[in-house]
Structure formats: C-alpha cells, structure tokens
Ligand binder design. Structure first.
Ligand SMILES: C[S@@+](CC[C@H](N)C(=O)[O-])C[C@H]1O[C@@H](n2cnc3c(N)ncnc32)[C@H](O)[C@@H]1O
Length: 314
C-alpha cells in the first residue's frame, strides 16, 4: 500500500477551504483588467498529490486544486472578461514524495486538459493564447528568494508543511513578496503535525512567530491577515490567510463554512479589526498556557520598566 504524506482527519476541511479560496481568487481575477502580468502561484509544500480512489483528485490535494482553478484564469470557460497566463510552481523537498508527486501528476493532469512538455512541466492551453505553465521542483522552499517578482504581479503562496520547522520564508523572500506594499496573498496551515503542536519544543514552535511577525510588519495597506484555530483541538491546528481587506469578510465566511461542513468550529480574528483577539489566538496556537503566562509577565515587566523610566523624566 502507498503511504500518503501529511493526512489527518482535518485534511478534508483544509482542502475544502483551499478549494473555495482559490476558486474565489481565480474567478475574481477574470473580472479585473489591471495587473495583466502572469499570475504566480506557489505551492511551497506540495506533498505527493495522492488521493483515495473515491476522492476527486482536483479537490483533495493542493496540486490538484491549484491545477483546476488556474485554468479559470487562463480561460477554461468563456465566462469572465479577462484572461491571463498563470505560472504554477510546486515544490517538494522529500525525494520519495517528489517522485510520487510526478507519477500522480502524470496520471491526473491530462484529465484536466494539461499536456506534458517535460518530466517536470505541464501546460494547459486556455483562451486567446493564455496558458497555465505548471512546473515541479524538488527543492527546499525555505531557500527560495522569489527574485524577479514585480509590484504589479498577483502572487499566491500556499504553505502546508508537516511541522513548523518545515517552511520558512527567508528575509530576501519576504522583501520580494511583501515589500513596498506588494499584494501577495497566502494560505498557511500551522501546527499540522499529527503528534500535536504542543509535542514540539518551544524553539520549534516559536518558528511560527518568525513566519507571522514579518508578515504583520510588511502587510500591504490594502490587505489583512486572518488567523483561525480549530476550537477545542488538543493538537491545536491553526490556519492563516492573507487576503485583500475588501474581500476579507467573504473569504472568512467561506473558510468558516468549509470547516463547519466538515465538523469543525473555528475561532478567528483579523489583525486589522480584532488585533487583541488575533494575538490571543496566535498565542493559543503557538504557546502552552505556561509559556503564554511567562510571555505576559515579561511584557508586563518591560512596560513597567518603561513607565518608571518615563516617570523619571517628569
Ligand atoms: C502536509 S504535506 C502537504 C500536503 C499538500 N499540501 C496537500 O494539501 O495535498 C507536507 C509536505 O511538505 C513537504 N515540505 C515540508 N517542508 C518543506 C520545504 N521546506 N520545502 C519543500 N517541501 C516541504 C513535506 O516533505 C511534505 O511532503
């Protein structure tokens, strides 16, 4: 029997949410006649794209979901006013998983209308000469720097590692993706190790702050971050999306619905609208109660010291 990577009972909810998310993003793009450069979608932790025989491939693995919705942008149907080229990069760092990914893509992509152009490249031909160019790379996404992305380009990133040491966005990548008000959108699964987030040492869990803090600092003034956690989940799985602020409520509603339909209630907050609750959920996900208390105490001590220093000037 083949083994599948990173599957848990929460996986269908994640795929339903990603599917709805990219469906919306793709449909919206066919109605915008600005930012006409190729749309860039990165799957930073592609996995093996293995699904169960009774599952629809294009809805039950990130590679399938990417491949399905990207076609809308390049003109799968006549619906929509504007079509664009799409470049998809699927990255997978584990050799065996990467090999299986290629086998599954070869099996499934032709059924979505893609043609194989090399061992690692498939192309879908849409309308008016627009294409989806899908490439697979065996690489560690943490090393990617995203050079060459311009400010007027639409970029989407999916990060879905097995644990928080899996994918790291380095400084250069952060600048290229989020610097100067860039509009990169994201879908991140956090704490996705079946052993449970709290099973890992603090140093490993703190890596998530290294992902979220620079995002918060560089967030485009047109965008928002929504953090969500499954209610009463002992393993404390969480999700984070970066979306245009104007679309936030629709995206959040749809996200919550996909999880509810799969039996999970979510608590969620946006950094722009509910900063305290956002911080609270983040700490609930990344820290144990004790660590959280220690962090609060340290912050309290710092603000007391600052208060004393300030008083000293009076
Ligand atoms: C949860 S699975 C991915 C599932 C897939 N996204 C899906 O929804 O079908 C996590 C995968 O991410 C890969 N991974 C983790 N860290 C990575 C990194 N830094 N670069 C590339 N792949 C990574 C792992 O090898 C594993 O195959």
């Amino acid at each position: 029997m083949r083994t599948t990577v990173g599957k848990s009972f929460r996986t269908p909810a994640k795929h339903a949410a990603l599917n709805a998310h990219l469906g919306r993003e793709a449909a919206a793009l066919t109605h915008m006649n600005y930012w006409l450069k190729p749309v860039i979608w990165y799957d930073m932790s592609a996995g093996d794209a293995e699904t169960q025989p009774d599952q629809q491939w294009s809805e039950n693995c990130s590679a399938g979901i990417f491949a399905r919705h990207a076609r809308t942008i390049a003109g799968f149907e006549d619906r929509g006013a504007v079509f664009r080229d799409v470049q998809i990069t699927l990255s997978e760092k584990a050799r065996n998983t990467y090999d299986l990914l290629l086998v599954n893509l070869d099996l499934q992509l032709p059924q979505l209308g893609y043609e194989r152009r090399s061992t690692t490249r498939w192309v879908f031909e849409g309308k008016q000469g627009h294409t989806v160019d899908l490439n697979v790379e065996m690489q560690d996404s943490a090393q990617m720097t995203f050079d060459g992305i311009s400010r007027d380009q639409v970029v989407f990133l999916c990060i879905d590692p097995n644990n928080m040491t899996g994918v790291h966005i380095n400084d250069q990548a952060h600048r290229n993706l989020f610097g100067e008000n860039r509009r990169t959108t994201m879908f991140v699964t956090m704490g996705c190790n079946p052993g449970g987030l709290k099973m890992l040492p603090l140093e490993a869990r703190e890596n998530w702050f290294k992902v979220t803090e620079p995002l918060e600092r560089r967030l485009a003034n047109t965008h928002d971050i929504v953090i969500a956690a499954i209610d009463n989940d002992r393993a404390r799985w969480g999700y984070l999306v970066v979306v245009p602020e104007g679309w936030r409520d629709k995206y959040t509603k749809s996200f919550v619905k996909q999880f509810l339909d799969n039996g999970f209630a979510l608590k969620h907050a946006s950094i722009r609208n509910q900063e305290n609750e956002y911080e609270h959920i983040q700490r609930y996900l990344f820290l144990t109660n004790k660590e959280n208390e220690q962090r609060n105490n340290t912050q309290q001590q710092r603000s007391n010291t600052q208060g004393e220093l300030f008083n000293g000037f009076n």
